[in-house]
Write a protein that binds this ligand. Structure first.
Ligand SMILES: Cc1ncc(COP(=O)(O)O)c(C=O)c1O
Length: 400
């Protein structure tokens, strides 16, 4: 008998499973609203012009390929920090913040999770619902997981009062994972006033905020979108920030991310840095060169940065146009469900409010793929398929 015949049976990742099912679907009219990547009006994930130009400056035929340091490209880590925190804050705090390049947002979350589990606490609180990989990452790092209420699926709204009321009961050094903006999967974010109250509460309770920042630039602009993080830097909490540039630089397969950990002073920064580097060293040794060098190049060049900012604005505007058109079409579609709750969301994702039987039916009968809870990625829509999706949503209403 093979030693592998009794390996643990692991269920398929629901989103990857959806992607495979979509690929295998032979219907011409099929639509993929599942996976969370940006797509243009031709439903292609574009390469940014700013990325292309930066690459031409970086790639030389005689370029050697040495190892990077364990914590990666320090220029990149510094430029990313300025983007996240703003230059003024970064200048003020950088002496006590350890930062390292990471393998995308997932890699940053994983390194942060391993560090916290090893050194600080074994209790983490995630939003209910959250990006499923948060559960996977923290579980693999052997945390006890618990959830704070976030989006009310029955009333179709973000419930800050409930979230606040729950977090009020947490104990010192409990870790709270917060979505910086474009909450995945609900597309509902805290207002600046709500961030203010949460920062005050978490400071009073001495909790550990762990920000996941994967969609900076997809709500309003890069500065306003990290309001929550910037507000928390006014507290003296040990903040962690996991950054992903997969979406905002459209560099999904380059694995470009970063992890930042706020400590009290220079000595602590060095000590924390040594622990984090020991974790990275034993996990993947050191990060890859290319994607981070591209991002660094763009952020250091005023011309490329302007080009990138404009391209990101185009992406953001396309998503906002899609949201509005989608809501308008649903309103005029004769649907029995009142879809006005869809107004006011942010980013790629929204909950359609569809039930599980409705989702099953729209996949089976129309080849329109979305997650079981009826979450869609707006980027999967365009002028050619929008009406088809809206009509199908109306047709499956009330499915049992
Ligand atoms: C909320 C959230 N965090 C983190 C990530 C991870 O991004 P990356 O692809 O850079 O690992 C994603 C990607 O979908 C995400 O939605």
């Amino acid at each position: 008998m093979s030693i592998f015949s009794s390996v643990t049976q692991v269920p398929d990742d629901p989103i990857l499973h959806l992607t495979i099912a979509f690929r295998e679907d032979q219907r011409k009219e099929k639509v993929n609203l599942g996976v969370g990547v940006y797509k243009d009006k031709n439903l292609k994930t574009p390469r940014m012009e700013a990325v292309f130009r930066a690459e031409q400056e970086i790639c030389r035929p005689d370029q050697p390929c040495p190892y990077l340091p364990i914590d990666g490209n320090s220029g990149y880590v510094n430029e990313t920090a300025k983007l996240i925190f703003g230059e003024e804050i970064w200048n003020r705090v950088q002496d006590r913040v350890f930062g390292a390049q990471a393998l995308g947002g997932t890699g940053a979350l994983k390194i942060g999770a391993d560090f916290l589990r090893q050194e600080i606490s074994d209790r983490v609180f995630l939003s209910e619902p959250t990006w499923p990989n948060h559960i996977g990452i923290f579980r693999k790092s052997r945390f006890q997981l618990a959830f704070y209420p976030y989006y009310d699926m029955t009333e179709h709204r973000f419930d800050f009062e409930k979230m606040y009321g729950e977090i009020k009961n947490y104990n010192e050094n409990d870790i709270v994972v917060l979505h910086t903006c474009c909450h995945n999967p609900s597309g509902r974010d805290l207002t600046p006033e709500q961030w203010d109250s949460l920062a005050e509460l978490m400071e009073k309770k001495r909790l550990i905020p762990f920000f996941d920042c994967a969609y900076q630039g997809f709500v309003s602009n890069v500065n306003d979108d990290t309001y929550g993080i910037r507000r928390f830097t006014e507290t003296n909490l040990p903040i962690l920030v996991a950054v992903s540039h997969s979406k905002n630089f459209s560099l999904y397969n380059e694995r470009v991310g970063a992890i930042y950990i706020f400590t009290n002073d220079k000595e602590e920064k060095v000590a924390v840095g040594k622990v984090v580097k020991s974790i990275i060293r034993a996990t993947y040794s050191n990060p890859p060169f290319h994607g981070a060098a591209v991002v660094e190049k763009i952020l250091l060049s005023p011309e490329l940065k302007k080009l990138w900012t404009n391209e990101l604005a185009t992406y953001r505007n396309r998503i906002e146009d899609l949201r509005q058109t989608f809501i308008d079409r649903l309103r005029h579609s004769g649907a029995r469900r009142d879809y006005s709750f869809l107004e006011g969301g942010t980013g790629f994702f929204l909950f359609t409010g569809m039930s599980k039987p409705e989702v099953d039916k729209i996949i089976e009968e129309y080849g329109i793929y979305m997650t079981g809870k009826g979450r869609i990625n707006l980027c999967g829509l365009n002028e050619s398929n929008m009406q088809y999706v809206v009509d199908a949503m109306v047709a499956v209403e009330g499915a049992q």
